[in-house]
Ligand binder design. Structure first.
Ligand SMILES: [Zn+2]
Length: 405
């Protein structure tokens, strides 16, 4: 068993220890010490990192720390150390402080959810950027979230002492703990936030709630077992707010608006682009109509019309094909567009004698694209730069001649 120094002092960042074992587990090297201040990943809190310093000042980085069921703590390193080596462990203090702020903040937050709305926390996750708790509840309104955030931050401001004590299980069960661990050998380690929260936990915590700094609730979302609440504490709350503000400022400057007017500005510009889209579609219809009339006027019977539009897209030639074939019986339109990847549309007046789908397949086989459709209407596409428009024009002309002949 490794003696867990962090159980008694969360602010111990430097300690002396002796190597008990050097192991290789799943291809990774791990060192077991007789005692450690390195916190292993457990209870939702992420492991510490740091280094082991040898007598000759050589430093061995500790990249990951894990807890084993048998009570050993594994320090993952790049190299092994002989049994009996005396080392000085140094925990990355900034990382630990951040973890303590998030984790202690979670205690306050979970207790506040129980106090105000009787919503117990069923799980906790600490991520690299933000943390989440899952609440057992049917729903959580924005107003409730705000009330909980307010109470949690009041507890932070009151700077209540956070103390650790070890209590036998029978005694602990009389104390009205917020959470009891599922299985436990020996005494329970209780974390007491004075007159606010008492719970069993093996993690590292701040000395008083003031050290949490601030608790900021962010996204809430429905999950299978209830509601997931994302939050950040301490310096993360500051950097997250800073980042959010920078994002909003950048968006606001695009609209030359104040950040608070952004939603209104975005709504307005969405409406504008929607009506611009409608106007553009109407114009496109009018242009297609004009082209249809022009093409029909210049063609002679039998009416097989072929034309390439280098500056138009697939939507336009489809629209034009519909206009052309709807106006008169016995019309065939063989159209191509050059804007974007080249596209082809073949159409005939409803019920006319050819098969456009079949024709499209033949032409596509010749040009190296894919396409098909019904007897009256077919579409095809070519990979960009596969063929040039002159080749397409030639293929259309030949097909038109074949149909006319
Ligand atoms: Zn804890």
């Amino acid at each position: 068993m490794t003696e867990r120094l962090y159980y008694h002092d969360s602010f111990l960042y430097s300690f002396d220890a002796t190597v008990l074992e050097s192991l290789e587990i799943a291809g990774k090297r791990a060192i077991v010490l007789d005692r450690t201040a390195f916190y292993p990943t457990s209870g939702g809190q992420v492991h510490d990192t740091g280094k082991l310093v040898l007598a000759d000042e050589r430093e061995i980085p500790v990249t990951e720390v894990a807890d084993e069921d048998i009570g050993r703590i594994l320090h993952f390193t790049k190299e092994p150390l002989p049994k009996g080596t005396v080392v000085r462990g140094r925990v990355d203090a900034a990382r630990r402080r951040d973890h303590m702020q998030q984790h202690s903040g979670q205690h306050v937050l979970s207790a506040a959810f129980v106090r105000l709305f009787d919503m117990p926390t069923v799980s906790f996750h600490m991520g690299a950027e933000s943390c989440t708790i899952d609440l057992e509840t049917g729903g959580l309104s924005p107003k409730q979230a705000e009330q909980v955030e307010r109470l949690a931050n009041e507890i932070v401001l009151e700077d209540r002492p956070v103390t650790i004590r070890f209590v036998p299980l029978e005694e602990a069960s009389q104390l009205g703990l917020r959470k009891l661990p599922p299985k436990q050998a020996g005494d329970l380690r209780l974390i007491d936030i004075t007159d606010f929260d008492l719970t069993a936990c093996g993690g590292t915590h701040v000395r008083s709630t003031g050290q949490i700094g601030a608790i900021l609730l962010r996204k809430t979302e429905k999950v299978k077992q209830g509601v997931r609440v994302e939050f950040v504490c301490g310096l993360r709350a500051v950097s997250t707010a800073r980042q959010d503000y920078a994002t909003l400022t950048e968006a606001a400057s695009l609209y030359s608006a104040h950040v608070h007017d952004l939603p209104q500005q975005i709504r307005k510009s969405l409406e504008e682009s929607k009506s611009a889209g409608k106007a553009q579609h109407k114009l496109m219809e009018e242009i297609a109509e004009l082209h249809a009339e022009r093409l029909l006027a210049k063609s002679t019977s039998p009416q097989v019309i072929s034309e390439v539009f280098p500056e138009r897209d697939a939507v336009f030639i489809k629209l034009l094909a519909q206009k052309l074939t709807a106006k008169r019986p016995g019309v065939v339109g063989l159209l191509a567009a050059g804007l974007g990847p080249p596209s082809l549309v073949f159409a005939q007046s409803p019920g006319h004698k050819f098969n456009m789908g079949q024709l499209m397949k033949e032409v596509m086989a010749q040009l190296g694209g894919r396409g098909g459709g019904t007897a009256d209407m077919a579409q095809g596409g070519l990979p960009a730069d596969a063929v040039n428009l002159t080749e397409i024009e030639k293929a259309l002309r030949e097909t038109a001649a074949r149909l006319a002949g």
